[in-house]
Design a protein around this ligand. Structure first.
Ligand SMILES: Nc1ncnc2c1ncn2[C@@H]1O[C@H](COP(=O)(O)OP(=O)(O)OP(=O)(O)O)[C@@H](O)[C@H]1O
Ligand SMILES: [Mg+2]
Length: 416
């Protein structure tokens, strides 16, 4: 549901849920393009809810306008939880960087929105996202996880290759609180849009809707010399086969897939000046995604994150550098993603042993040790645990803490 979005001179106000972004953007557009204002006030005091899809598109557009010389100031929501969300996700910063600092990355289930303008920044953003998801979704299959990583890579890459976006791209990922097996990601740019680039190779696609309808088909690309036309096709296959969600907003059109209504493409009265891709992947059915990636009839297996990040060249083991996996070793909240990650690695790996390398970790709390290792020991079972994991470079005090946590957890005998 949408609350009203109104404009009084240069002040745009939302009362109630922010909902769909089109109305908001059209007010911004009117204030700047038609009324000629150069300073815009985004008044969200009475806004009661906001979600990443709309917010990312809004942030991308505001950032592009700012780059063009327009000034924006944000009045954040009065409601405390919502204004914290604006800070923690980075939305407040992207809308009004003069007033709000960038968020601190804390590495738990919610990852801030990230801006990237170069392949290097894109890689860092994708790696951070993939790592958080490895620690957030339990019982991941390696092939399913690889499909997710492949798709985030492709969609973020498209921005750098095709969009000519003055601000690069914004990417944000979240896990669903209702269903712990769902991951939603959104990529927004303020570039030239899919219809325009695709027409370079397909001039017959005169309407924006026809361009979006074509762009998710196999092999459709603006230029065979540049790409193969796999990125959006493969991502659409992944999201639709797991009964997730997939949407593209670009120019005067939107494409949407959801499990209940299937695929639809429609015209959009208010254009989106750039491209917004929204994808939800549902990991509930194991190995479903293994076969989703097929190009020219052949199954495609991407090189995955586990291989590039954890497997050592020529090694028979995975090295898990604890100091790089968490920003803190003091709390249960920080320990839980470590357990989920290690348990996922345990189930995904072949025969490789996993070295839990504790270099540079001088101290950890007992609650962290219990949440990460005590519960992992119980969950995996002593034999699997010992066959699979080995602690290396452990400081004496840390070793004692881990020993104690495992012993206590064994005698308690339960895991949540
Ligand atoms: N963010 C974007 N901005 C503008 N155009 C885009 C964007 N993303 C995709 N496109 C257009 O959609 C086409 C298809 O994208 P897709 O990712 O499916 O294939 P590709 O990038 O051409 O090739 P591949 O992904 O196989 O390297 C692109 O060729 C381009 O014309
Ligand atoms: Mg591509």
């Amino acid at each position: 549901m949408n609350g009203p979005v109104t404009r009084t001179d240069n002040r745009i106000e939302v009362v109630g849920p922010l909902g769909d972004f089109h109305r908001f953007l059209s007010q911004v557009h009117t204030a700047i393009e038609k009324k000629g204002y150069e300073e815009i006030i985004l008044d969200l005091r009475q806004c009661t809810s906001a979600f990443q899809n709309s917010m990312l598109s809004l942030c991308a557009q505001v950032m592009a306008y700012r780059k063009g010389g327009i000034d924006f100031s944000l009045i954040p929501p009065d409601e405390k939880r919502l204004s914290n969300l604006f800070q923690n996700t980075g939305w407040a910063h992207y809308l009004d960087p003069g007033q709000f600092d960038p968020p601190a990355f804390r590495g738990h289930a919610r990852i801030p929105a990230t801006q990237y303008e170069s392949p290097k920044e894109q890689q860092l953003a994708v790696n951070a996202i993939v790592k958080v998801i490895l620690g957030a979704i339990p019982d991941l299959q390696r092939s399913d996880f690889a499909a997710f990583e492949w798709s985030v890579n492709e969609i973020t890459d498209n921005v750098l290759v095709h969009a000519y976006s003055p601000i690069g791209g914004l990417v944000q990922v979240s896990t669903d609180r209702k269903s712990e097996k769902q991951v939603a990601f959104v990529v927004a740019d303020a570039g030239v849009g899919i219809p325009k680039t695709l027409r370079e190779g397909h001039p017959e696609l005169t309407s924006d809707a026809s361009a979006l309808d074509r762009v998710i088909r196999e092999g459709v690309t603006r230029d065979k010399k540049i790409g193969q036309g796999n990125g959006l096709f493969g991502s659409y296959e992944i999201c639709s086969q797991c009964n997730g969600y997939f949407a593209i907003h670009s120019g005067h059109a939107r494409l949407e897939f959801d499990a209940r209504r299937g695929l639809s493409v429609s015209d959009e009265r208010t254009p989106y000046n750039g491209t917004l891709v929204i994808a939800t992947i549902d990991f509930s059915q194991p190995k479903l995604l293994e076969n989703a990636l097929r190009f020219e009839g052949r199954k495609y297996t991407p090189v995955d994150f586990i291989e590039t990040e954890y497997e050592e060249y020529n090694g028979d083991h995975i090295r898990f550098m604890l100091s790089k996996e968490s920003a803190s070793f003091g709390s249960r909240v920080a320990g839980r993603p470590i357990r989920t990650k290690l348990f996922n690695l345990l189930r995904m790996g072949g025969n490789e042993r996993i070295y839990i390398d504790c270099s540079d970790v001088a101290l950890m709390s007992s609650s962290f040790a219990d949440e990460a290792f005590g519960k992992l020991f119980l969950e995996a079972g002593p034999v699997s645990f010992m066959q699979k994991f080995e602690f290396v470079n452990v400081a004496g005090t840390v070793r004692q803490l881990i020993d104690k946590a495992i012993a206590q957890r064994m005698s308690a005998g339960v895991v949540d």
